[in-house]
Write a protein that binds this ligand. Structure first.
Ligand SMILES: [Zn+2]
Ligand SMILES: [Zn+2]
Length: 259
């Protein structure tokens, strides 16, 4: 399974993850922070399923643009998956006919722009050879982490988890204990340690909190730190390096990891 951390840049070399999106095997996206900026357009058109973790702006910012970019007359619409809470925020605050057209209603009336699908925590479902399980995280609004298992026929071959955004949490680590072939966890590390109070208030992790979370994982699982707030990226990177994690590293932007 190939997981790409999508970066945003106007210089050609992205160094900041200010908007959040991950693309799995070119076809399945998690979050749409920068999905609508992915080039070339054919790469956006290959994505037909988008799983949303939550409705914070850095995770949904370019969803309207993405849906417009990939729309093709007569083709099946993109499916956007999210919790009831996330989808209700999208309907009421984004696709409301004021900020952006109500694409869901337009789709029902004829033009296939989008299909919203409500998902529930711990009720696994399948998308084209992937088994997806959403798990509640600990954030300021209802947020889901995702366990993505690649299956060939009946065989599960590899699994990864996207765990962001979250403060210290428990359920996801419990769930991951029973996942076979867990190769990697993409775990947020938003703030440096000297802003730990702010991190706790906004339910995020710092390197120290990150370290306590990954103690729940087997050391054979590779951990990639993601969602570093751009203003603190250098400081977090320094603190992170000083901890000398044997199995954790900072996730590189515009990089595809192969598991
Ligand atoms: Zn958030
Ligand atoms: Zn975020």
């Amino acid at each position: 399974m190939k997981v790409k951390i999508v970066g945003v840049s106007n210089t050609g070399t992205p160094t900041l993850q200010s908007l959040i999106s991950y693309v799995i095997d070119g076809a399945l996206a998690i979050d749409a922070g920068c999905l609508g900026c992915v080039a070339p357009l054919s790469a956006q058109r290959a994505i037909r399923h988008v799983l949303l973790t939550h409705a914070h702006q850095d995770h949904i910012a370019t969803l309207p643009i993405f849906l417009e970019n990939v729309h093709r007359r007569g083709e099946k619409p993109v499916t956007v998956y999210g919790s009831r809470h996330t989808l209700s925020l999208l309907r009421n605050s984004v696709f409301n006919g004021r900020i952006w057209p109500n694409l869901e209603k337009l789709s029902i009336d004829g033009e296939p722009f989008v299909r919203f699908e409500t998902i529930r925590p711990l009720e696994s479902f399948s998308i084209n050879g992937y088994r997806i399980t959403a798990v509640k995280l600990n954030h300021t609004i209802p947020t889901l982490g995702y366990i993505v298992e690649e299956t060939r026929g009946r065989r599960q071959t590899s699994a990864v988890a996207i765990v962001s955004d979250t403060g210290p949490t428990k359920e996801i680590w419990r769930q991951l204990k029973s996942i076979r072939n867990l190769k990697a966890v993409f775990l947020e590390c938003s703030f440096p340690d000297d802003t730990i109070e702010l991190a706790k208030l906004t339910r995020h992790l710092t390197p120290t909190l990150f370290r306590r979370q990954i103690e729940n994982l087997s050391p054979s699982v590779r951990v990639l730190a993601v969602h570093l707030k751009p203003a603190f990226r250098e400081q977090i990177t320094e603190e992170f390096s000083a901890m000398k994690f044997p199995n954790a590293e900072i996730g590189k932007l515009e990089t595809t990891y192969n598991f």
